[in-house]
Design a protein around this ligand. Structure first.
Ligand SMILES: NC(=O)c1ccc[n+]([C@@H]2O[C@H](COP(=O)([O-])OP(=O)(O)OC[C@H]3O[C@@H](n4cnc5c(N)ncnc54)[C@H](O)[C@@H]3O)[C@@H](O)[C@H]2O)c1
Length: 279
């Protein structure tokens, strides 16, 4: 079997770095080209355990930088693209929506075009290549507290509410359009909230843990009734691997943990655990 090359964008971020580590631990015979701009959210320390591992090639590159991305496709001839790179924090998207439109929408279109140009064959097909767009269940809007046992389905209408989720929904539409228009080989995964190692401390769970341990206020939106589903990050990485290597072309796959909880439940659980930890 020949060595497969994965071009992973955003692989120095929270989920991307977990994915790089997961894949290189699982498969001996793959190579990962990790393309990350290293914004405030990217941290190469997450990948320190890979130092000296020639299967991991890092490039500090912006996914919006067309010429630089084309060079990476030419140099490494990736079999697959897994597009994690994004601005991911809802609060920041409310303050700076353009940054989100640029990276999350234009960056995705840049990656689609680069992959299409590199993979297109003389007969208009794309061989065994695949472009996997990592998206979020936030494109569906919010779960209702009045319907506790409902889940998002792949057919749930998109109803994004924040500039973040609007930019992700828009990127998803471009990815789907490339599949429909050009027969381009795509999958989209839409995952619920992740938690686990390397998460940037501005996100709910690490923020609450740090604040609770530092005896600081725990900022909760409204009455904390907003319901989210929670998934451990390694389970998300496993699902992405399954979709790249076994997903039906053109499909959207929701990835969830069946752990729907109001935010206030999560915060109270963290307070209880922190209280136990400090005695
Ligand atoms: N965190 C979650 O709970 C969650 C849930 C579902 C889906 N997602 C999606 O998963 C992906 C990764 O999320 P995360 O939480 O790891 O995000 P993150 O913010 O921790 O990491 C994003 C990474 O992308 C990089 N990046 C940002 N802009 C870039 C650009 N223009 N070019 C190249 N790299 C750039 C950053 O440097 C960082 O390393 C995102 O697409 C997000 O929408 C996240």
């Amino acid at each position: 079997m020949s060595t497969k090359t994965y071009l992973v964008t955003g692989g120095a971020g929270f989920i991307g770095s977990n994915f790089v580590l997961y894949m290189l631990d699982k498969y001996d015979d793959i190579r990962i080209v990790n393309v990350d701009k290293l914004t405030y959210a990217g941290n190469l320390e997450n990948l320190a355990s890979l130092e000296g591992d020639e299967r991991h090639i890092f490039s500090q590159t912006d996914i919006c930088d067309k010429p630089a991305i084309a060079v990476l496709f030419e140099r490494y001839q990736p079999d697959y693209v897994v597009n994690f790179a994004a601005e991911s924090h809802v609060d920041r998207s409310i303050k700076e929506p353009e940054v989100f439109a640029n990276t999350n929408v234009m960056g995705t279109v840049t990656m689609l075009n680069a992959a299409k140009a590199a993979w297109e064959q003389a007969d208009g097909t794309y061989g065994d290549h695949k472009f996997l767009q990592v998206s979020t269940d936030e494109v569906y809007g919010s779960l209702s507290i009045d319907e506790p046992d409902t889940f998002f389905r792949e057919t749930t209408p998109l109803s994004p509410h924040s500039p973040y989720s609007a930019s992700k929904a828009s990127a998803d539409m471009f990815v789907k359009a490339y599949g429909d228009t050009y027969g381009f080989p795509i999958n989209i995964t839409r995952c619920s909230n992740n938690y686990g190692p390397f998460q940037f401390p501005e996100k709910l769970i690490p923020l609450m843990i740090n604040n609770a341990l530092d005896h600081k206020a725990l900022p909760v939106y409204g009455d904390g009734a907003n319901i989210r589903d929670w998934l451990y990050v390694a389970d998300h990485c496993k699902a992405i691997d399954m979709v790249i290597n076994g997903g039906r072309l053109g499909e959207v796959y929701n990835v969830g943990g069946h752990n729907e909880r109001p935010n206030i439940f999560i915060v109270k659980a963290i307070i209880a655990e922190c209280a136990k930890a400090v005695g």
